[in-house]
Design a binder for this molecule. Sequence first.
Ligand SMILES: Nc1ncnc2c1ncn2[C@@H]1O[C@H](COP(=O)(O)OP(=O)(O)OP(=O)(O)O)[C@@H](O)[C@H]1O
Ligand SMILES: [Mg+2]
Length: 491
Amino acid sequence: MKLELEAVRKSFGGVEVLHGVSLTGEGGQVVAVVGANGAGKSTLIKVLAGAHNFDSGQLLIDGEELGLRSPRDAILRGIRTVYQELSLVPELTVTENMLMGDLPRTGGLIDWTAAHRRAGEILQEIGFTGIDPHTRIRRLSVAKQQMVEIAKSLVTEPRVLILDEPSAVLAGSDLDALFTLVRKLTARGTLVIYISHRLVEVLELADKIVMMKDGTSIAELDPAKTSEDEMIHLMAGRAVGQIYPDRRSEFGEPALELKDLAREGEFKGVSLTIRSGEVVGLFGLVGSGRSELAEAVFGARQATGGTMAVRGRILRARNPKTAMRLGMALVTEDRGRTGLVLGLPVRDNVILATMKGPLMRMRPASVRASRRIKELDIRPAGCATQPAWQLSGGNQQKTVLAKWLETEPSILLLDEPTRGVDMATRIDIYRMVDSLARAGLAILLISSDLTEAIGASDRLLVMREGQMVGELDPASVTEEEVLAYSIGTQP
Ligand SMILES: Nc1ncnc2c1ncn2[C@@H]1O[C@H](COP(=O)(O)OP(=O)(O)OP(=O)(O)O)[C@@H](O)[C@H]1O
Ligand SMILES: [Mg+2]
């Protein structure tokens, strides 16, 4: 089986975003698509998935035009897509989501026993164990939800499987399970199109790398003959140099102190201090309680035990308003749900957290917003007035960051701030975090990206099952050691 995309062009409301993209792949291959945020990766695969119509160009399988008019057409042709944004129904079970529209029936009635068994078998077969088909989606971690999303796309055994940043929310054994699955599928003759910003992963998995830039495919690379550096360079159009800034060594007074902080069923006995000027990394697998902890510190969830002090003062009232007044900001991991108002223009999102009543003066605010947009290189140019939903995933993430920087915090809680962000921009973000720390901010950096957790922090804490299990020196620790703490196999 041979898939060919030829000179695909696509515009939105008169603005062309794909300027003739070509890509080919064969059954049994992993073709990776990489490129900076906004390069057009998701748009391209939405064309191939039948979700977007396109202006010109060709989509062929074995030389035959596909003529897709809807996602349904694509599925019928054996093309399945797992989108960057999850699309499961939270109130329905794993089984219902996976087999939706195709539930087994006996005598007109849905046979639930058979349905759950079927879903269980599929999960088992693809190696995604530890997911109970009876569970409602909203009860699963984001990582497990991502895995159900993938399982769902495999119910019909596709010829072409498209994965748009499947690994952004996966770590540890979940990530291993995904890799094993991709290898199994290609061994079976499936063509896997794999989009990721984790370039090391791409080098390991892909047979071929297609690089996109500003809406065109600019290079086809052989993973055996390229490197992370070369790819970042091509993407950014410049040499980027050192990924992580030098560690800081001078710290001020404690800015945030937690003593035995606890919240029923989520975390307990959490004690930590972050001094001004310090970046404290917090690593842990998804579900270890890191995000819950950050939300409790910010007052978005109520801690049920322990104390918290800001610049030496014990905090009694705990809610986001008080937290913000004390100079705290929380950049959340779930940008769609808590970070952005997708229907509002990018500019309004940036100034959202600093708006003070109806008398706020719009003009200076929008000038400030434009400055942030520029500073963080949020694209496309002129996106200030565009609704946030139109931005690419990584640019939405940068908008959330801009919004919180705009509050000029002194304590910055970052929960997975680089999820979905391209490498060159990540480097910019690490530099920004560094200069904020040097300017005296106290920063908590939550990350499930091991390299990032080690590279960007002055001190590294590891959390597992709601407890702090290690405090490590990032200057000397290895990735294996950190991982061992996070899964509980450390010596
Ligand atoms: N529905 C839409 N309306 C208008 N513009 C859009 C729409 N969808 C995407 N775009 C624009 O198309 C361009 C490409 O976006 P796309 O989502 O394909 O990027 P991407 O390569 O997937 O980026 P990321 O790595 O951040 O996910 C961006 O400039 C984006 O703003
Ligand atoms: Mg995308």
